[in-house]
Design a protein around this ligand. Structure first.
Ligand SMILES: O=c1[nH]c(=O)c2[nH]c(=O)[nH]c2[nH]1
Length: 282
C-alpha cells in the first residue's frame, strides 16, 4: 500500500526587473521569485489528473503581471500580494509560500555625481523574504539577508578551548574574524514597515559585528542576534549562520621576518560552520 505524503509544486527563479521612470532619477529592482503551492493536488500525482493544476508557467506569468501593477515597494509586500492573489483565485490551493531574493543595484555615483539612469552592483549581498499564506490562517513573514561578507581586524580572539592530543591551533587574543552572514528573522505581524525594519536589522547586525569584543564566532553571532531581538520588538526570532572564513597567519620566520598580525592567507576550505537560532522567552 502506497500513499502520497507531503507534496508541493511551483516555479523557481522567476527573475523580474522593475524599472520606475516616473521621475528623472530612475529606480531599478531585480527580484528572483519562487512560488510553492500546497493543496488538493493528490490526483495529479496519483492518476495524472491535471484538472486542479495551475500550470507553473501561469505562475511565472502571474509574477510579471502583478509586478506591472503593484504598489509594493518591499519584497515582503510584493510576496504577500502574490500569495493573496493565488489563494483568492485558486480554491484548490491551501497554502502559498512565496520566497523572493532581491539583488542590490545602486545608482552609479562618481566624483560627487549621481547618474540617474545608470546602476551598479557593489556587493554580492542579497536580501531575502519568505511569506507563507495558509488559507484562513495568519500570514507568516520571514525576512533576511545572505552573503553579507564582513571582516574584523581587531577585537577578536579565540582562547580557552579544549586542548587534547589532536589540538595544534594556537590560542590567540588577536586574530582576523571573517564571515559571510546569512540571517533570517521572523516577524510577529504581516503588516509592518518592512523596508525600515530591514534597514534597522541590517544596521544592527553590522554595528554589533563591528563593535563586539569577540571571544569566538559563536559569541559574536549571539551578540548580533541578541541586539536585533532587543532593538526590534516586531522580530520574534532570528536564525544566523556564520561560516568562519579563516585567514591564517603566515609564518615569515622562514624568511627571517616577523609577522605582527599583518600577512595572512585566506582559505576557503575546510571552514568552520556556526549556526544558531535565538528566540524570546525561556
Ligand atoms: O570562533 C571560533 N569558534 C570555533 O569553534 C573555532 N574552532 C576553531 O578551530 N576556530 C574557531 N573559532
Amino acid at each position: 500500500m502506497v500513499r502520497l505524503a507531503e507534496n508541493t509544486y511551483g516555479k523557481c527563479q522567476v527573475r523580474v526587473v522593475r524599472v520606475k521612470r516616473d521621475n528623472p532619477m530612475h529606480s531599478f529592482q531585480e527580484w528572483s521569485v519562487e512560488i510553492l503551492l500546497t493543496g488538493e493536488f493528490g490526483e495529479c500525482f496519483t492518476t495524472g489528473d491535471n484538472s486542479r493544476i495551475l500550470a507553473t508557467d501561469t505562475m511565472k506569468n502571474t509574477v510579471y503581471s502583478l509586478a506591472r501593477d503593484t504598489k509594493a515597494e518591499s519584497i515582503e509586500d510584493f510576496a504577500f500580494e502574490l500569495s493573496d492573489y493565488l489563494i483568492r483565485n485558486n480554491p484548490q490551493v491551501r497554502e502559498a509560500t512565496i520566497s523572493i531574493v532581491s539583488v542590490p543595484w545602486t545608482h552609479i555615483h562618481v566624483d560627487g555625481t549621481t547618474f540617474p539612469s545608470a546602476f551598479q552592483q557593489t556587493s554580492g549581498e542579497l536580501q531575502t523574504t519568505t511569506v507563507s499564506y495558509a488559507r484562513g490562517e495568519e500570514v507568516a513573514v520571514t525576512s533576511g539577508l545572505k552573503n553579507l561578507v564582513v571582516m574584523k581586524t581587531a577585537n577578536s580572539g579565540f582562547e580557552g578551548f579544549i586542548r587534547d592530543s589532536h589540538t595544534t591551533l594556537p590560542e590567540t587574543a588577536d586574530r582576523l574574524l571573517g564571515t559571510a552572514v546569512r540571517a533570517q528573522w521572523k516577524y510577529s505581524s504581516s503588516s509592518l514597515d518592512f523596508d525600515r525594519l530591514r534597514g534597522f536589522a541590517r544596521n544592527t547586525l553590522l554595528k554589533t559585528f563591528a563593535e563586539h569584543e569577540s571571544r569566538s564566532v559563536q559569541h559574536t553571532l549571539y551578540a548580533m542576534g541578541n541586539a536585533l531581538l532587543e532593538g526590534a520588538p516586531e522580530v520574534e526570532d532570528i536564525e544566523i549562520t556564520m561560516p568562519n572564513k579563516h585567514c591564517l597567519l603566515v609564518d615569515l620566520s622562514r624568511f627571517g621576518k616577523t609577522n605582527p598580525n599583518e600577512i595572512f592567507v585566506p582559505t576557503d576550505e575546510p571552514y568552520g560552520y556556526i549556526e544558531a537560532r535565538l528566540c524570546r522567552g525561556n
